[in-house]
Design a binder for this molecule. Structure first.
Ligand code: ADP
Ligand code: MG
Length: 591
């Protein structure tokens, strides 16, 4: 749709350079590990750091990117390790076959655990992962015929290619480098953006067209997979595994590692892992005084977390960011193109007998109305009359108690929010819901990315579209700023731009003028008229009668969840019922 050919911006060439630098650095490290003769003690520390780091990067994904907790990473690590241990020792399978089986096992376990519990969120998820961790430990300890019980599994084989400690270490470093690269690049991919959106604001993510549950399960499964991979490497590295290496306490250690280093980057995972392995080694001389070692170790961790809430790497990158200012936007933004609404039905939206009851409260109580294609339709009514609830039922945040919603000829009544967005709904929220850790452009790119949007999905094309949408709402030169640096009114405009970028058939706006000053209201009125001029159908809720009568061609009025008037502005605003509902008095008093 937006087929503007522009030279590749500098930000697109940079990853290529970054990749080259990364490959060179990783190559040097692998070469060094493979050729330098460390003593056994150092080799063990490096082996532990490399294998743990892989597992900790799983937490970078699930916690750092997606905002979900996993207190069972040691269990996934242990499953990977036991798969290699038992497979090679008891069943004589090759290391590679065992590692693959282990990965399949943790992926299935992670996906199952995630799918069954991520809907719960918050502390339920924490509790379920703790239970899973305990079950895995119990099975490892007590299912003696299969797992060897507390004795563990010894003499675990390494792959033929990497028999020596040195070559195996080099192999682990190579795997870590690959995993690190993937985790490093993930945030800029569609999946990574979806995860960040879910972390920042689940509701806004779903309304932007993201399948929140699937995104969370994917993040969780990736985390489990990396846990299992780390464990499989660990088993080969140390040739011995036992249940106590994979206990709940170890899950906490993994979590501390990622928090200590910083959840935002795989570098943080490596820094945190390295440090948490090294601190005990540095404090070894204190071991003669009982208790002192643990106290100092604990204190060190607490101090770091206290003074560097974003972890060590987060602290360092915040520090360097101060010297890096966002470059001003380059050149003219392209014009925003919006899909022409071309269904056969004269009505874009039809609502039939829609009701939403909260227990005894009939917030919406059987309303009907239709929104004509290409019109601006206002939904008004006193506070608490059910306007926002109607919008929430329309966008799938609530399931209706009764009724039917037909969008462009398709019944969308039973669809989840993201599917409705894909089907052509776009919306903004009464209380602004932006992805607060992201820039304006990133917010709008997420709005443009859903599969129902018929535009090119290459990142540079989405970014061009996002800049065009921001320019359309009047914020073209500020796209690279964090959304938190915008005024309230401008955050509203970013939300509108995010919805527009998704090419909706119908745009739902919930009180866009609330909280705006009079100048901003005038600007908003102008924007709404420009959107309408592009042929987009709008359903707007607002209290500001000047705004409503200025832009709307049709008004529906709600009171106590019921429709009390529906028609053109003049007749509706002079309707005695409406005047009474608004002023709580007789029509005569209103004039
Ligand atoms: P409006 O947007 O027209 O001001 P709302 O749709 O937000 O009104 O609310 C309509 C009624 O439904 C209010 O009485 C409100 O308290 C109630 N309500 C809204 N959401 C919920 C909810 N999630 N649970 C219970 N009651 C709700
Ligand atoms: Mg409301």
């Amino acid at each position: 749709m937006t087929s503007i050919t522009q030279p590749a911006p500098a930000s697109r060439r940079l990853p290529q350079l970054g990749l080259l630098a990364y490959v060179a650095l990783a190559g040097v490290m692998v070469f060094y590990a493979a050729t330098h003769a460390f003593d056994g003690y150092i080799t063990n520390i490096l082996m532990q750091a490399a294998t743990y780091s892989v597992a900790v990067m799983g937490l970078t994904v699930v916690l750092g990117l997606c905002g979900q907790i996993n207190l069972a990473q040691a269990a996934f690590f242990g499953l990977g390790a036991y798969a290699v241990g038992l497979g090679t020792v008891d069943y004589g399978l090759s290391y590679w076959v065992c590692a693959l089986l282990g990965l399949a096992l943790v992926l299935a376990a992670g996906a199952f655990l995630g799918a069954s519990t991520l809907r719960l969120g918050g502390h339920y998820l924490a509790m379920v992962t703790i239970s899973f961790q305990q079950i895995v430990t119990l099975v490892m300890t007590n299912w003696i015929p299969v797992t060897h019980g507390p004795d563990g599994v010894s003499r675990i084989a390494r792959p033929g290619l990497f028999q020596s400690s040195q070559s195996y270490l080099a192999f682990c470093v190579a795997v870590l480098a690959v995993v690190g690269y993937i985790v490093w690049r993930l945030p800029a991919s569609p999946l990574g953006r979806a995860m960040r959106a879910v972390r920042d604001n689940e509701l806004a993510a779903s309304v932007a067209g993201i399948d929140v549950q699937r995104t969370k399960v994917t993040a969780f499964a990736i985390c489990a997979l990396l846990g299992g991979l780390g464990g499989a490497l660990f088993a080969g590295g140390f040739a011995y595994v036992s249940p106590d290496q994979f206990s709940f306490a170890e899950s906490i250690v993994f979590l501390t590692m990622v928090l200590l280093g910083g959840v935002a980057s795989p570098i943080g995972a490596v820094v945190g892992t390295g440090l948490l392995i090294l601190i005990p080694e540095w404090l070894r001389f204190l071991k003669s005084v009982p208790g002192l070692y643990l106290a100092i170790y604990g204190l060190a961790v607490i101090l770091i977390v206290l003074f560097m809430p974003d972890g060590i790497w987060g602290w360092m990158s915040n520090f360097t960011r101060r010297f890096h200012r966002a470059a001003p936007a380059r050149g003219e933004a392209a014009a925003l193109e919006l899909r022409q609404s071309a269904g056969h039905d004269a009505d874009v939206l039809r609502i039939e007998g829609l009701a939403k009851h909260f227990g005894g409260l009939k917030a919406v109580d059987g309303i009907d109305f239709a929104v004509r294609r290409g019109s601006v339709h206002a939904l008004i009514g006193p506070n608490g009359s059910g306007k926002t609830t109607t919008l929430n039922v329309l966008s799938g945040i609530y399931t209706p108690t009764a009724g039917r919603i037909v969008l462009d000829g398709t019944d969308i009544t039973g669809l989840p929010p993201h599917r409705r967005t894909i089907a052509g709904l776009g919306r903004t929220f009464q209380n602004i819901r932006l992805f607060r850790s992201m820039t304006a452009v990133e917010n709008v790119v997420i709005g443009a990315e859903h599969p129902g949007n018929p535009v090119e999905k290459a990142h540079h094309a989405l970014e061009t579209r996002a800049r065009a949408a921001l320019a359309f709402v009047g914020l073209g030169d500020r796209g690279d700023e964090l959304v938190t640096s915008f005024s309230y009114g401008h955050q509203r405009l970013i939300e509108i731009a995010r919805a527009l970028a998704g090419n909706p058939t119908l745009l739902l706006l919930d009180e866009p003028a609330a909280g705006l000053n009079s100048t901003e209201k005038v600007e908003l009125t102008g924007l709404l008229k420009r959107i309408a001029a592009k042929g987009l159908t709008i359903l707007i809720i607002d209290h500001d009668m000047t705004l409503v009568s200025d832009v709307a061609e049709h008004i529906t009025v709600l009171n106590f969840g019921r429709r009390i008037a529906d028609g053109d502005p003049v007749s509706v605003l002079n309707n005695p019922d409406v005047v009474t509902a608004y002023l709580g008095s007789e029509p005569d008093a209103a004039h």
